[in-house]
Design a protein around this ligand. Structure first.
Ligand SMILES: Cc1cc2nc3c(=O)[nH]c(=O)nc-3n(C[C@H](O)[C@H](O)[C@H](O)COP(=O)(O)OP(=O)(O)OC[C@H]3O[C@@H](n4cnc5c(N)ncnc54)[C@H](O)[C@@H]3O)c2cc1C
Length: 463
């Protein structure tokens, strides 16, 4: 990925994960890239006001880590050096669902668990070290600038938050990475364009999360633990991930209003209610390292810019601003990384100039988004309370996928096929390969039981 720098100036709106990844790839094609971030940004890991989700459990799927490593080759080492989990997604898995633990195996692909602010901090450090990329914080983009005929976006109006002074910043390309509350639909309307059609799927998921101290000698810290429900009878999920700084992060939550409570007693009772004892076992004894924080996620939202006939040149939308997924499937950062990579490849091919970039990018980004969207929305429609456009045939598919889940308890081939799909390494259709279908249907044994965690841990005597 050498520098080609065919173009002059790019502006990225939003300095969170999608904005940083977009800036990293644009740095190879533009002489100068400016990231404009509304919040103050410090040189340490922190959850900023504009990204409240970062206080909750974040896993990086194998496809996401693989994509990020293409741009930040030392990222895995930096994560591991601080004590984040980086390892094989099959071997490190302690995942209970549909009445049993999924069969562990060597997948041959690593993923990562860490705090979301720490991952962003590592990525930001690396992006800021690029000589042609700058990050300006306390800068809120208020509107787009355009040519008189409004056919081309030519920059942004940016407000310096400390002084409320507004200034114009010219750019050959503006990339909106301002998250799910993106104002691009309103900005486009002001320029006389139609808003992109949206698909919205209401899931009403409520998270509650907390950090705990972790003994670095605890072998359970070499695994990531997940419980996902057998819908519709079960509506709760929970995750316990080892993260940097000898800590655990725990998030629990539920669909259709079955929210996890943020008070001490309610939080523990929720953990105790899960069919998998592992998470309660850890958090009922571990020392808390934070408050309990809550987050509500009402609806997945996909903006179909690829369906618009008219769109100005010089503007793209990427990351959660393009598509925000139900977070319980852990796909958002991977999708953003894959969209950034799609943009990189498009620019590297040299076929699209800046004036025909947008339609080509939105077509490719739609392909990136299609698969995680299909997976997450498909699962969400297992819950009768999910509201939205139901994909055709999804009930039949879901009945089969429920059997896939049960087969992952004992069948390594099925478990591998499932993990490859869930990590966005293979398309969902691969679960319908005759070899997999045969294995799923022939054998519906009940789960192979095993002990929680399958490792023992004696906490050090206190005092
Ligand atoms: C509870 C929860 C858990 C999640 N768990 C996972 C997970 O396990 N794995 C995973 O991959 N993903 C997960 N996600 C999704 C993930 O957090 C996002 O996909 C990812 O952070 C990418 O977001 P983004 O950069 O597009 O937007 P955001 O992170 O929302 O960032 C947008 C940025 O733009 C800035 N901004 C907004 N407006 C302006 C403006 N006008 N001018 C300048 N700046 C502006 C904001 O301050 C912010 O910094 C989760 C999400 C939630 C809600």
């Amino acid at each position: 990925m050498g520098r080609r720098e065919r173009f002059d100036h790019a502006v990225v709106i939003g300095g969170s994960m999608a904005g940083l990844l977009a800036a990293r790839v644009l740095g190879d094609h533009f002489r100068r890239v400016a990231i404009l971030e509304r919040d103050p940004v410090h040189d340490y890991p922190e959850s900023r006001k504009g990204q409240p989700q970062t206080r909750h459990l974040h896993g990086l799927l194998a496809a996401g880590l693989q994509t990020m490593l293409a741009y930040f080759p030392d990222l895995r080492e930096a994560l591991a050096a601080a004590g984040s989990y980086t390892g094989d997604m099959g071997e490190g898995m302690n995942w209970y669902t549909h009445g049993g633990y999924r069969r562990r195996l060597h997948l041959g692909m690593d993923g990562a668990t860490m705090s979301r602010p720490f991952l962003e901090h590592l990525v930001r450090q690396r992006v800021r070290a690029l000589p042609n990329v700058s990050l300006r914080d306390n800068c809120a983009v208020r509107e787009l600038l355009s040519t008189a005929d409004r056919a081309q976006v030519t920059g942004v109006v940016v407000e310096q938050r400390a002084t409320s002074e507004a200034a114009e910043l010219r750019a050959d390309l503006v990339v909106d990475c301002s998250g799910r509350a993106s104002r691009a639909p309103q900005w486009l309307e002001a320029l006389g364009y139609a808003a992109a059609p949206e698909t919205v799927v209401q899931v009403n998921v409520g998270y509650a999360s907390r950090l705990y101290r972790r003994d670095p000698a605890d072998p359970r810290g070499a695994q990531w633990t997940l419980y996902t429900p057998e819908a519709p009878a079960e509506t709760r999920f929970a995750g316990l991930f080892p993260i940097e700084g000898d800590r655990w992060i725990v998030s629990m939550g539920g669909w259709n209003g079955d929210y996890a409570p943020a008070d001490e007693a309610g939080f523990l009772a929720y953990a105790r209610s899960l069919p998998m004892p592992d998470i309660y076992q850890v958090i009922s004894r571990a020392e808390p390292a934070s408050e309990i924080v809550a987050h509500r996620y009402r609806a997945s939202r996909r903006r179909h810019y690829e369906r618009l006939d008219r769109f100005p040149d010089g503007l793209l939308v990427l990351g959660d601003a393009l598509c925000s997924f139900n977070p319980t499937y852990g796909q958002g950062m991977t999708s953003a990384a894959m969209q950034a990579q799609a943009l990189d490849r498009l620019l590297a091919e040299g076929r699209a100039g800046l004036d025909d970039l947008a339609p080509a990018f939105f077509r490719r980004a739609a392909k990136v988004v299609d698969i995680p969207w299909q997976l997450s929305v498909g699962e969400d429609f297992r819950f009768p309370g999910t509201v939205g456009e139901k994909p055709r045939g999804i009930d039949v598919i879901n009945r089969y996928v429920a059997r896939v889940h049960r087969a992952t308890h004992h069948d390594e081939v099925v478990s591998r096929a499932f993990l490859r799909v869930m990590n966005l390494l293979a398309p969902p259709q691969s679960l319908f390969h005759p070899r997999i279908v045969w294995r799923v249907l022939r054998n519906q044994r009940s789960a192979v039981s095993r002990q929680p965690f399958a490792v023992s841990y004696q906490p050090p005597a206190s005092g």
